[in-house]
Design a protein around this ligand. Structure first.
Ligand code: C2G
Length: 743
């Protein structure tokens, strides 16, 4: 039994490797892969040459710039298998898909065998290393997940009628909305396609699957599903630069959607159950999605021509279908049949208000957002209010702290300061008002302050008003690839590129500590809208303070660190793929503290400092006189002052610590994964860092025991590193920031 796998290539090369690799991993002989491309170029040739060694890969050249439907049809023209299978070039398969589907098809002599679709943001390598448990958790959370389960568990008998019901259930009914009716991950008996001359409708760019699937449902006689045959449908996490078809915002999509629906229903009798489910999905589309457009769209087109179109479609909705709908849906259809726009608008407003109220009552933050949007934002902006936030209100630290102190000291009485701090008992100098993040007062100050000094991104629901000024300080010179420079986002918030794009547009000023950062920020944040302040880091001003030694001595005392011991700071960063949830990352200490104490305890103590994303607590019990957990201490810059040596990994910590010209080591036990799978770096760590990369605690110990040798070895590199990354810092960056922003 032979399968023809039809892969229309969409031009995004970095997805293609996973796709072809996953076909190779299937380890099934009788497969031909038809890759339909619209041009030969060097890159595609490379792929072809590489994969032709492993799989039976045939390339079909399509005319340039044709849509998916044309490409799939070309694939069908060339297919010689007993079954065909559609796989998109940006998706990939888990091992065993073909053998599972083929076994089922041949054992039960089926026309169609479906697998399961699993929606994921992650590339193959990451998805595979996440483990079954994590994937299942993601699957449960994913709203778009395949809902076939309940139909698979449903009992069907073998009567023709029931077989037909099962086909319609699995192919159409189980999909969320008409737009998700799809040919993907189905083994399709080729003779059905040939006998009925099935082809994709080439007029459609976005919705060509619908009528093809409707015809499959009509002409097939048997179907089954194997939920272990996993097809990973990849969401693109850069909808700005590499959008998937579903992410493209196109004014004509609606018209095509309606045309595709009309085409699909023209293929079936009015009484056919396929029509029933298509209509049921159309009513849901109208009442759930289209209704919002009637209410909210700036464009009257939705209330005029498009409303008229929907009304005429609602005329044909059958009464037996309406009986199964909710009362809101029934009323909507009735009003549409009467062409009553005014009452439709009222009904939608009531319906949306009700669901909003439910949301608000469930969650206090929602109410605060509501006040922000509907009340506070209409009040005047207070032109001397300045709002500061670092690390989501977790600490009084980083550049906003130093800018605040400079402003408060040098312009007494001129400004009203608001600090976002989640700890109500926090104490800060000068007379800043403290507000907790996402509270009602937070929403109030967010709407009315004139100035903002934040070191991470602003909340997604913030809308900068005319007259407000946003200074983004960011929080480190970039080592790890960021935002749009990241090929893939592996972290817990994969939508972050799309969010970033909108948020960075509100930044009037962005601080870069050095030229290296400003060059990178332009590309990684696509930051061209505001003003780059290449002025050094305000947070590093303290490292040049004339009284820094006294400050250090006081802090050492306050933290009860023995004055006669030297200190080793260990400040690692977080790992993108190891998390409990958004902003809640795992961390397992890989330094052997017992060994360090045994070998170095005579002269040194260790300060342990986890990144603010880390939810795990480090256990130092039994080693209290050697290891001090300083993770809760607000400002790491102050900690630098009391650290004689710094051990870090891929954290921007080292760019700042280098200002002190003290020794550094890089404990990079997982560098290959971090660099090659998770992030990628902007510099070559092996060649450019001002200290050794070490991989075991023993190596850490050895380097520290021979610290003079190490310093000598890296002296030249340290100088170069300092010149490149620290030379603007001189203790006056806060002043420069204030002069640029608060003119
Ligand atoms: N930090 C800290 N303790 C750590 C690690 C980091 O206090 N153990 C602080 C430092 O000020 C550091 C900042 O958090 O500069 C950012 O941390 P990174 O480890 O560099 O990671 P990330 O938050 O991903 O920011 O351009 C910089 C990047 O965005 C990195």
């Amino acid at each position: 039994m032979k399968i023809s796998v039809i892969v229309p290539f969409d031009g995004y090369y970095h997805y293609l490797a996973d796709c072809l690799e996953s076909i190779k991993d299937q380890n099934v002989d009788d497969i031909e892969t038809l890759l339909i491309i619209d041009q030969y170029d060097e890159k595609i040739n490379e792929f072809i040459n590489c994969y032709q060694k492993y799989i039976n890969l045939k390339v079909v050249l399509a005319p340039s710039d044709v849509n998916v439907a044309v490409k799939r049809n070309l694939g069908l023209d060339e297919a010689t298998g007993d079954y065909v299978y559609f796989l998109d070039s940006d998706d990939y398969l888990m091992p065993g898909v073909f053998s599972r589907l083929m076994n089922k098809a041949s054992e039960e002599n089926l026309d169609l065998v479906m697998g399961k679709r699993w929606i994921s943001w992650f590339k193959k390598q990451v998805f595979e290393t996440m483990g079954q448990e994590k994937n299942e958790e993601l699957d449960r959370k994913d709203k778009d997940r395949d809902r076939n389960q309940r139909f698979v568990e449903k009992e069907y008998d073998n009567e023709e009628n029931d077989a037909q019901q099962k086909i319609v259930d699995l192919l159409i009914r189980s999909r969320r909305g008409l737009k998700n009716v799809s040919v993907l991950n189905i083994l399709i008996r080729k003779s059905i396609i040939d006998e009925h001359h099935l082809r994709f409708c080439e007029n459609f760019l976005y919705y060509s699957d619908l009528s093809f699937v409707v015809q499959l449902a009509q002409y097939s006689h048997s179907i089954d599903q194997d939920l272990d045959a996993l097809y990973v449908k990849r969401k693109h996490n850069d909808p700005i630069n590499t959008p998937a078809l579903t992410q493209i915002k196109d004014e004509h999509k609606f018209d095509e959607f309606i045309d595709a629906y009309l085409h699909a229903i023209s293929l079936v009798e009015k009484e056919n159950k396929i029509r029933y489910y298509l209509d049921s999905k159309l009513v849901k589309y109208y009442t759930n999605y289209f209704a919002k457009r009637i209410r909210r769209s700036q464009n009257d087109y939705w209330r005029e021509e498009r409303f008229a179109t929907m009304c005429s479609l609602m005329d044909d909705v059958r009464d037996d279908l309406l009986k199964k709908m909710s009362s809101y849906q029934r009323k909507m259809v009735k009003l549409a049949k009467n062409r009553d726009l005014e009452n439709t608008k009222r009904l939608i407003a009531r319906h949306l208000a009700k669901s909003k109220l439910k949301r608000i009552l469930k969650n206090k933050n929602e109410f605060n957002k509501y006040l922000y949007r509907h009340k506070y934002i209409n009040e005047p902006i207070e032109k001397n209010w300045v709002m500061f936030e670092t690390f989501m209100g977790k600490s009084y630290a980083d550049s906003p702290k130093y800018i605040y102190e400079y402003l408060a000291k040098n312009y007494p009485g001129r400004y009203q300061f608001i600090w976002v701090l989640n700890d109500k008992k926090a104490k800060i100098p000068y007379d800043g008002i403290i507000v907790k993040r996402f509270t009602r007062r937070y929403a109030y100050y967010l709407a009315k302050s004139k100035y903002f000094v934040f070191n991470i991104r602003q909340p997604l629901w913030f809308r900068k008003r005319e007259g407000q000024v946003f200074l983004e300080t960011w929080h480190g010179t970039p080592l790890k690839r960021l935002a749009f420079d990241q090929e893939e986002v592996t972290a817990a918030s994969p939508t972050y590129k799309a969010q970033f794009y909108r948020q960075k547009q509100e930044w009037d000023f962005l601080i870069a500590a050095n030229k290296f950062s400003s060059d990178i920020f332009k590309s990684c944040f696509m930051y061209t809208n505001g003003q780059m302040l290449e002025i050094g880091y305000p947070r590093n001003d303290l490292l040049y303070a004339p009284d820094k030694d006294e400050i250090a001595a006081k802090l050492k005392k306050k933290l009860k660190i023995p004055a006669d011991k030297k200190t080793i700071l260990y400040a690692p960063t977080w790992r993108d793929d190891e998390y409990y949830g958004k902003g809640q990352y795992k961390f397992k200490l890989k330094l052997d503290l017992e060994l360090m104490k045994k070998e170095l305890g005579q002269d040194y103590v260790v300060l342990l400092r986890t990144h603010h994303y880390i939810a795990d607590k480090i256990d130092v019990s039994g080693l209290e006189d050697f290891a001090f957990n300083v993770s809760k201490y607000d400002d790491i810059t102050e900690i630098y002052l009391i650290s004689d040596i710094c051990i870090t990994d891929y954290s921007s910590v080292f760019f700042d610590f280098a200002n002190l010209k003290r020794p550094m080591l890089f404990y990079t036990y997982d560098i290959d994964k971090y660099r090659d799978v998770l992030r990628g770096f902007y510099i070559d760590m092996e060649k450019e860092l001002p200290g050794p990369l070490v991989y075991t605690t023993q190596e850490v110990v050895d380097q520290i025991k021979n610290i003079d040798e190490m310093n000598e070895k890296y002296a030249q590199r340290y100088e170069e590193f300092y010149d490149r990354f620290c030379s603007i810092d001189d203790g006056h960056a806060s002043q420069r920031a204030v002069e640029a922003v608060f003119k």
